[in-house]
Design a binder for this molecule. Structure first.
Ligand code: GLV
Ligand code: GLV
Length: 326
């Protein structure tokens, strides 16, 4: 019979229509809540493909529940929600959406950096609350972005795109990465630093490393203590890369100056999250790649990955190409 695709979140209608041309589609139509675990397990039981995202755990239990599964595609560049080793063991290719979201995500990282530096959300609240009585020399003064030193941790595609923006602001660019990036050093004047040196020297520390076994809480109390008192920390990667309690303490005690955060240890966070009690924190709800154009492209690439996988062809972007070597 026809293949079945489980789509775990509402996506643009033309893309659903494309999938329906090829297979039966189960679509979880709600935007506000993720598909409940038991619904996902049940719908996956006769599925050939799962069109998923960061809010679904695709783990051994799920693979066990889905014996006919031939492809999984994640609507994201990151894939820490998926047990890749388990997928590979079963010969199931896993797709993601690198490339298309690079510039959009760098835009957001830079927006958070600038918003934290110039206290834009605080300024906005100040005016809305009717507190603007007069111009005053030191009112809502912040930090300069231009000419400052930025330290980028994780010099992948997105890290490099952040560095290009920094170059336009005539910033001094430092980076730390598992491997040196001679092209970035050449093209952008970026200088490699050991982690501790980067933390000591940077006015802005921007974390763009993916979430892996090695990066968990890579920014903790020790790292924050190395940062300058005027340092602004930006995280647009994964919340699990940071020890959030240590970050809270550093911000509250003003050991660093501010933070701009798109990601959190456990998402979503509620209005009662401790970080939200601090004025020197600017937050966004994990919207790094969320421009209309980019999210639409990501949704299309995810559909391409699904349809190629069902046809037994190579995905546009497989995170575990080892499955093709067997
Ligand atoms: C979003 O965080 C992504 O990984 O695309
Ligand atoms: C993602 O595109 C990255 O490698 O930074």
């Amino acid at each position: 019979g026809k293949d079945k695709i489980v789509v775990t979140r509402n996506i643009p209608e033309p893309i659903v229509a494309r999938l329906r041309d090829a297979a039966h589609v189960f679509l979880w139509e709600q935007d506000e809540v993720a598909i409940p675990r038991e619904v996902l397990l049940k719908e996956a039981s006769d599925a050939s493909a799962i069109y998923t995202n960061l809010t679904d755990r695709i783990d051994r239990e799920l693979f066990d529940a889905a014996p006919n599964l031939r492809v999984v595609a994640n609507l994201a560049v990151g894939f820490d929600n998926i047990d890749i080793a388990e997928a590979t063991r079963r010969g199931i290719p896993v797709g993601n959406t690198p490339g298309v979201l690079t510039e959009t995500t760098a835009d957001l990282a830079f927006a958070l950096l600038m918003a934290a530096a110039r206290r834009i959300p605080e300024a906005d609240r100040f005016v809305r609350d009717g507190n603007w009585k007069s111009w005053s020399p030191m009112l809502l003064t912040g930090q300069d972005v231009h000419g400052a030193t930025i330290g980028i941790i994780g010099m992948g595609r997105i890290g490099e795109a952040v560095a290009r923006r920094a170059k336009g602001f005539e910033m001094n660019i430092l980076y730390h990465n598992r491997s040196r990036r001679p092209e970035a050093e050449q093209a952008l004047g970026a200088q490699y630093r050991e982690m501790d040196d980067l933390l000591r020297e940077s006015d802005y520390v921007v974390l763009m490393a993916p979430a892996t076994a090695e990066t968990g809480k890579m920014i903790g109390q020790r790292e924050l203590a190395l940062m300058k008192p005027n340092a602004i920390f930006v995280n647009a990667s994964r919340g699990t890369n940071v020890d959030e309690e240590a970050l809270y303490d550093a911000l509250k005690e003003r050991k660093i100056w501010a933070a701009g955060l798109d990601v959190f240890e456990r998402e979503p966070i509620g209005a009662d999250h401790p970080l939200l009690a601090l004025d020197n924190v600017v937050v966004a709800p994990h919207i790094g790649s969320a421009s209309i154009a980019t999210r639409t492209r990501m949704a299309m690439i995810t559909a391409d990955n699904i349809l190629l996988g069902l046809a037994g062809e190579r995905l546009l972007h497989a995170v575990n190409p080892e499955v093709y070597e067997k």
